[in-house]
Design a protein around this ligand. Structure first.
Ligand code: TYM
Length: 332
């Protein structure tokens, strides 16, 4: 059976981008057709300045939201990355496989390190090595497929390169994984700045729909979305990114095709209104289920404990094999 791994990092509240680009597919498709693991990758939240209490809160919230969105612990493994030591154990071996040059070429490193410096903050070394830990997350489980949004493509490419290089040097150890993306909404854009990705940690939340936003907030944000100067509704991601983003959202929420939907609208206002209502309908049940689960944190903890135990069991033998392959003396 195919093995799938993916994760979400608790650096902010989960967004509509996380949901449409990743989580919804994990729920609707991946957990049903494969042996799938989904992780709240909390160690990745420490690569930029962080507030410990906030990371703790967001980790619990992200895990609760994954279950609220419909991940079923009877069908898949849900766990928190820091509960399974094999990730950091393997990460070190992969640091000894990766090069300084290839990590410095990572787009997210370039962007985030510039941002940190501009804010007068130092750049943590882990921001540079972050994609290696991500590669370890994936390779530790013999993963075949990694369902992610578009922004993770470069990281999965690096993971593939590291797996191939390791296998060539030390003998076949890792499965070489591939990224998969949703057909629509693989890159949801910020509603106020439609040339930038809708990200959890954008300074200004006006262009971000959070999964836990109330219906009124969702409506307000979508109705105020920046569109383009034209009048006619057409699907053109380059020339009209704001309108194209709304059409992507509507298509993702209703199961339609963005280009076909464009023909059904004569004004931006009507498009915004329908998009807002479709997104509200999509997120409502997730928010309701989240409230129920949040009232019973013991249940979420139980799921995470069982998930970590299973993840450890899967990763341990593979990571042990990698340790032996590079020439480290077995512990016993
Ligand atoms: P993160 O936490 O930024 O995002 C989680 C998932 O949501 C997708 N996503 C989006 N998709 C469409 N439009 C958007 N605006 C949008 N924003 C986020 C991301 O592509 C991702 O699939 N490095 C990863 C976390 C990670 C991981 C892993 C993922 C760590 N280890 C191993 C897969 C496998 C990240 O920062 O995701």
């Amino acid at each position: 059976m195919k093995r799938i791994f993916s994760g979400v990092k608790p650096t902010g509240h989960l967004t509509l981008g996380n949901y449409l680009g990743a989580v919804r597919r994990w729920v609707e498709i991946d957990q049903h057709r494969s042996d799938a693991l989904f992780s709240v990758v909390d160690l990745h939240a420490l690569t930029v300045e962080h507030d410990p209490a906030r990371v703790l809160r967001l980790s619990r919230q992200a895990a609760t939201l994954l279950l609220a969105a419909g991940l079923d612990p009877e069908r898949c493994t849900v766990f928190v990355q820091s509960h399974v030591d094999e990730h950091t154990r393997l990460s070190y071996l992969l640091e000894c496989t990766a090069t300084d040059g290839e990590l410095r070429r990572m787009i997210q490193y370039k962007e985030k390190s510039v941002r940190a410096r501009e804010a007068g903050q130092s750049v943590r070394l882990s921001l540079l090595t972050y994609p290696v830990l991500m590669a370890a997350d994936i390779l530790a489980y013999g993963t075949d497929e990694v369902p992610v949004g578009d922004d993770q493509t470069q990281h999965v490419e690096l993971t593939r390169d590291l797996a191939v290089r390791f296998n060539q040097r030390y003998g076949h150890t890792f499965t070489v994984p591939r990224a998969t993306h949703p057909e629509v909404a693989a890159r949801v854009m910020d509603l106020q700045d439609p040339r930038s990705k809708m990200g959890k940690s954008h300074e200004n939340g006006a262009g971000i729909v959070y999964l836990l936003d109330e219906a009124d907030a969702v409506r307000r944000k979508i109705m105020r979305a920046v569109t383009d100067s034209g009048q006619e509704v057409a699907y053109d991601r380059e020339a009209r990114p704001g309108v194209a983003n709304l059409l992507d959202l509507l298509a993702a929420a209703t199961g339609g095709d963005p280009k076909t939907l464009a023909g059904a609208y004569a004004s931006y206002g009507a498009l915004k209104k329908d998009t807002a209502e479709a997104v509200i309908e999509l997120l409502g049940p997730v928010r309701e289920r989240h409230a129920e689960l949040a009232a019973d944190p013991g249940e979420v903890e139980r799921v995470l404990r069982a998930g970590a135990a299973r993840a450890r069991e899967l990763a341990r033998p593979l990571v042990d094999r990698a340790y032996r392959a590079v020439g480290l003396l077995p512990a016993g």
